[in-house]
Design a protein around this ligand. Structure first.
Ligand SMILES: [Zn+2]
Ligand SMILES: [Zn+2]
Length: 186
């Protein structure tokens, strides 16, 4: 059996529509009512509302939290399947997002190397103005850090960045040697 979706106007098979169970008051029997829009359109509509309606978003989040707590194993299994199926798409989304973020941060910091003024985005890097030498460096978080404390960073191209880092290292070891020599004296 085929029905026409009220939203996309396409003819679709009956199993591409949701049914809603409801109870008639008269004799308390279950009856089924077919949704006027197809499943695809239903999901689209929900997504749109989720994006626009902040109250609806809160309610949905709360509901899914409760559902997750009750059906943890099942949800986890489903999530894993979904993740595996959408891995390529998700990865592309992530990479695109990171690239856009990186680009906007580079623009914010002037868009060129502080030393040689090269403007090629591919070779530009974020440099801690105050060097971090022995602290644990976590480069996966660098974009987040630049966003949070832009005043701590400057743009350098890969070449200038390496020169600066080497100079800093040299300075650091010289200072360290000096300090050690002082300590060892009686
Ligand atoms: Zn439809
Ligand atoms: Zn440079």
């Amino acid at each position: 059996m085929e029905f026409t979706c009220a939203r996309c106007d396409k003819k679709k098979n009956i199993d591409e529509f949701f049914t809603k169970k409801y109870i008639t008051k008269k004799n308390a029997k279950h009856k089924y009512r077919l949704f006027k829009i197809c499943k695809e359109c239903y999901y689209e509509k929900r997504k749109e509302r989720y994006r626009q309606d902040s109250k609806f978003r809160e309610i949905s989040k709360e509901r899914s939290k409760i559902y997750w707590r009750k059906n943890r194993e099942k949800c986890l299994q489903k999530y894993k399947e979904w993740y595996r199926k959408n891995w390529d798409k998700l990865r592309l989304q992530r990479v695109t997002k990171i690239n856009l973020e990186r680009e906007s941060l580079i623009k914010m910091l002037g868009g060129k190397c502080k030393v040689c003024s090269i403007k090629d985005f591919i070779v530009l890097e974020f440099d801690h103005i105050k060097p971090i030498l022995n602290a644990e460096r976590n480069f996966s978080n660098i974009l987040r850090e630049v966003k949070k404390y832009p005043e701590k960073f400057q743009l350098l191209c890969a070449n200038c960045h390496r020169r600066k880092t080497l100079n800093e290292l040299q300075e650091y070891y010289e200072k360290r040697a000096e300090m050690l020599s002082k300590v060892r004296k009686p």
